[in-house]
Design a protein around this ligand. Sequence first.
Ligand code: FES
Length: 176
Amino acid sequence: MDKKLKIKKTETGQCEKDDLSRRKFLQTGLKVLGGLALLELGGASLLYLRARSLEGEFGGIITVGKVDEFSPGSVVEIEDANFYLVRDAEGGFMAIYRRCPHLGCTVNWISKKGKFYCPCHAASFDQHGEFNSQLVSRALDIFPVFFENGMVKVDTVQVQARPHHLSEHIVYKPEL
Ligand code: FES
C-alpha cells in the first residue's frame, strides 16, 4: 500500500514539474517574442525618424526634381547625394549608387562610352548598372525611386544590392 502511494506521489510530482517547466518555457517564449516585436517596432521608428531627420541629405529621402526635368535616355549625377539618376529611353527611372561593388571606389559616368567606370581597377557597368567585368560579381546597387506631386524622390536610407540588373528595378511614374 505504502509502495503504491509512493509511486503515485512520484508521478504527480513529475507531472507538476513538467507543467511548471512548460509554463515557464511558454512565459519565457512570450516575453522573448514581445521583446522582439518591440525591437522591430523601435527599429522601424528609428529608421523613419532618421529618414525624416536627414530629409534632403544622403542617408535620407532626397527630392531630386520634377519628373519632366529628366529627359528619356539621360544619366544625371546628383551632387552630394552619391548616386546617378538614370532615366532610360522608355522613361523609367533608376537611382544608381556610385559605390563600386568590388572594393567601394566611386564610379563615374562616362557619357562618350555610355558606361559607368570605376577608376580603381577599371570595372565597367552599363547604363542600368549591370557589370561588364570579371572583377566584380554583381551589378551596381540601387536606391528606391518613388514619385510625389510630380517630383522624383529617392530613398537613400535603403541600399538595394542585386546580383544582376532586372527590368523590375526600373521604376515608372504611375499614369493618373
Ligand atoms: S573598386 Fe571598383 S573595380 Fe575595384
